[in-house]
Design a protein around this ligand. Structure first.
Ligand SMILES: Cc1cc2nc3c(=O)[nH]c(=O)nc-3n(C[C@H](O)[C@H](O)[C@H](O)COP(=O)(O)O)c2cc1C
Length: 404
């Protein structure tokens, strides 16, 4: 099932780092995605950002004092620990990391961490020298051994005007890791190869043949597979999208380059999803200089590119991967999908009707028909990210049946 942040109880523990202000943005984004957020602040954190800021953003009171309990109230650190779906410590100072590594319980945040059964995500942020100090590194290792997840700090220029690893990552990365912490890792152990985006076939130095693929569907598949625990490599044609966090991205331009990149990696994969819209044709002749407008008449002979999907279909049994294709169709799309499933020896095909404005190329939503040897299933019209998750649900069932 697709994981969303909506309705999730997320406890954010803010500690005394200069990066505390960034977490105000995270809380605001979590609330926008309808998570239920409660904030615990250490005494030092309150010197960087006021509790009022987090109270206004979360819409709840902020917890700062272990002993400030109203008489009839449930004990806050136990109550918060019990109701949490996830406890995130961001930013996590060197001091709090040490307290957590040694199981100290000297304030509300550390007591809540010890009392919870929910997953704990620790997001260190500090000066690079501090972060690389053997004592801090040893404590981070201890947290990993306990089973806490760590959001590694990013490298770059910091508030102290030094460069190095220690910066708190931006929301996009944090969102991904938070969602991963909340998602069952049902694709763990899978090595998934995904192709995405269009290809470009050059005519002259200024012009190329391409198609309307935005890459959104392939990138959503890569992001959600990583979230579900897979090791993901994505081979992508030119798109305007950023590579999803923790996905290995290989950028190519032409169908020929994509063919080479896929064939070089297919033997390591357990699942291959060909979501790229690879050009079927390329100009048979490429002009070294820009073709002039004044040229009276221009005929453009085309030649076919390699059929990557068909080649994978031949290799599939021997190499042992599951092969999933996409079909973008404008007419009689189920019959066309069925022909492609059989003709290219696929395990599953996701068929897009590209004539509707809500589906297919460039749209943020999609409605896909899945077809395998057991028959059809129609997925609902939904976001490409949720469509990707529903495709993975189907793939997980197939992997269990195939015992991969
Ligand atoms: C201006 C300033 C910035 C600081 N930034 C950080 C930081 O980014 N990371 C860190 O580990 N400590 C930082 N410290 C030190 C912590 O605030 C200090 O170790 C404190 O005891 C942490 O308490 P806590 O972990 O209970 O919140 C900073 C201190 C000051 C004065």
């Amino acid at each position: 099932m697709p994981t969303t942040l909506a309705g999730k109880r997320i406890i954010i523990g803010v500690t005394g780092s200069i990066a505390a202000f960034k977490v105000a943005g995270w809380v605001s984004n979590l609330i926008k995605e309808e998570a239920r957020v409660a904030v615990i602040m250490t005494e030092s954190a309150c010197r960087f950002v006021t509790p009022l800021t987090f109270a206004a953003l979360s819409g709840e009171r902020v917890y700062t004092d272990l002993f400030a309990r109203q008489d009839a109230e449930a004990i806050p650190h136990i109550q918060l620990a019990r109701e949490a779906d996830l406890l995130v410590i961001a930013p996590a100072t060197a001091h709090t990391i040490a307290r957590l590594a040694y199981g100290l319980a000297d304030d509300l945040l550390t007591c809540a961490v010890l009392a919870t059964r929910a997953p704990v995500l620790v997001c260190p942020a500090m000066n690079a020298q501090m972060y690389n100090h053997p004592a801090v590194q040893e404590n981070v290792e201890k947290l990993k051994k306990i089973g806490y997840q760590i959001l590694d700090p990013e490298s770059g220029r910091m508030a102290c005007k030094e460069n190095g690893a220690g910066r708190l990552p931006e929301w996009e990365m944090a969102r991904e890791v938070i969602l991963r912490s909340l998602t069952s890792p049902d694709l763990a152990g899978q090595k998934i190869l995904i192709t995405a985006g269009p290809t470009r076939e050059s005519l002259d130095p200024a012009r190329f043949l391409s198609n309307r693929s935005s890459g959104k569907m392939g990138y959503s598949l890569a992001r959600t597979a990583r979230r579900r625990g897979a090791e993901v490599t994505m081979i992508t044609g030119p798109t305007a999208l950023a590579c999803p966090p923790d996905v290995k991205c290989v950028r190519v331009e032409t169908a020929g380059e994509m063919h080479e990149a896929v064939l070089a990696r297919c033997h390591q994969a357990t699942v291959i999803v060909k979501a790229a819209a690879v050009s079927d044709f390329r100009p048979a002749v490429q002009f070294a200089g820009k073709v002039k407008k004044e040229q009276a008449e221009l005929h453009l002979p085309l030649e076919q590119t390699q059929d990557i999907l068909k080649e994978l279909g031949h290799l599939k049994e021997k190499a042992g991967f599951l092969l999933i294709g996409f079909a973008a169709e404008s007419d009689d799309h189920v019959a066309a999908g069925e022909k492609k499933l059989k003709g290219k020896n696929l395990d599953l095909i996701a068929i897009n009707d590209i004539t509707s404005g809500h589906t297919g190329f460039e749209a943020d939503t999609n409605q896909v028909t899945l077809l395998d040897n057991n028959g059809l299933s129609q997925l609902p019209l939904t976001t490409k990210e949720q469509t990707a998750d529903l495709i993975w649900d189907h793939v997980v069932t197939m992997l269990v049946q195939k015992d991969i």
